[in-house]
Design a protein around this ligand. Structure first.
Ligand code: PMM
Length: 267
């Protein structure tokens, strides 16, 4: 079964849960709840990457995330740090984070690949074409699936040159990052090509705009979570290693049901 990465956004402005987990105690409690619900990894972020978001001062980012990473890692939870900043990545790894989740694939901070190479953490390299402030300006593709795969291959090469071997890499095609509606569906349809590149693949569709658009007029969070559970199952069937979601319980149930469907041992 694919691993479930549960999301803890310790931010005031993430698009679906901004402000709910800004207080470290709330974020820690939420991380523990997600683990109890079935998250194999808890992803802690202190900077929103929603379209139009402003960059956060890395010192403020560290104030938000480090107490949360320390507490959750201290509980034995596998923690990922969602950051584009090298110093935050290294500080979080020192606090116990086992994954650095860089949605920019090492492009936002030229120091981050070498910095992560010197830690024990694995790295998630996301497909990215520029900051959230104007991310749709770069959403121009002839063949989105081919271009995403080629650009991620380039990031794997950059990581290898910085000292991170493919076994420590997870690739993420960056759903919603520099991609408009249909481009996200085209990227998802091409997941089997992406998983054949070699490294593990992570996918993040949770509550995103392209799903909301598919459901109609401003759907509720509950409806987005149900749609997310469906995309998580389909992504798992396409061979992804992990799915990054807000509603861990819904995706856990959906993955379990799909697993039983496919198991030859179910009578
Ligand atoms: N999406 C968001 C933030 N971090 N990390 C990875 N690896 N993949 C994603 O798709 C991704 C991410 C934005 O969503 P959020 O604000 O709901 O966390």
């Amino acid at each position: 079964m694919s691993v479930i990465m549960g999301i803890v956004n310790a931010t005031p402005d993430s698009f679906s849960d901004g402000g709910r987990y800004l207080d470290p105690d709330d974020a820690i409690a939420h991380g523990r709840r997600l683990r109890a619900e079935g998250a194999g990894i808890v992803d802690v972020g202190g900077e929103s990457t929603r379209p139009g978001a402003e960059r956060v001062d890395p010192r403020l980012e560290r104030e938000r995330v480090l107490p949360v990473v320390t507490a959750l890692a201290g509980d034995g939870i596998v923690v990922s740090i969602d950051t584009m900043n090298a110093e935050t990545a290294v500080a979080a790894a020192a606090a116990g984070a086992r994954y650095v989740n860089d949605v920019s694939g090492g492009l936002a901070d030229p120091e981050i690949l070498a910095a992560v190479a010197g830690t024990d953490a694995d790295i998630v390299l996301g497909h990215w074409r520029g900051p959230s402030g104007d991310m749709y300006a770069t959403a121009v593709y002839d063949d989105v699936a081919r271009e995403v795969a080629a650009e991620l291959t380039g990031r794997v090469e950059a990581a290898a040159a910085a000292g991170i071997p493919p076994a420590r890499i997870v690739l993420d095609p960056g759903i919603g990052f520099g991609k408009r509606g249909a481009q996200n569906w085209q990227t998802l349809r091409a997941l089997p090509q992406l998983t054949s590149l070699g490294p593990r693949v992570l996918i993040g569709t949770s509550r995103k705009r392209f799903l909301a658009d598919a459901l109609g007029d401003d759907p509720s969070i509950e409806r987005r979570d149900l749609a997310t559970a469906v995309t998580s199952v389909l992504a798992a069937r396409a061979g992804v290693w992990g799915v990054r979601v807000h509603d861990v319980a819904a995706t856990r149930d959906a993955l379990r049901v799909a697993e039983l469907w496919e198991s030859p041992w179910t009578s």
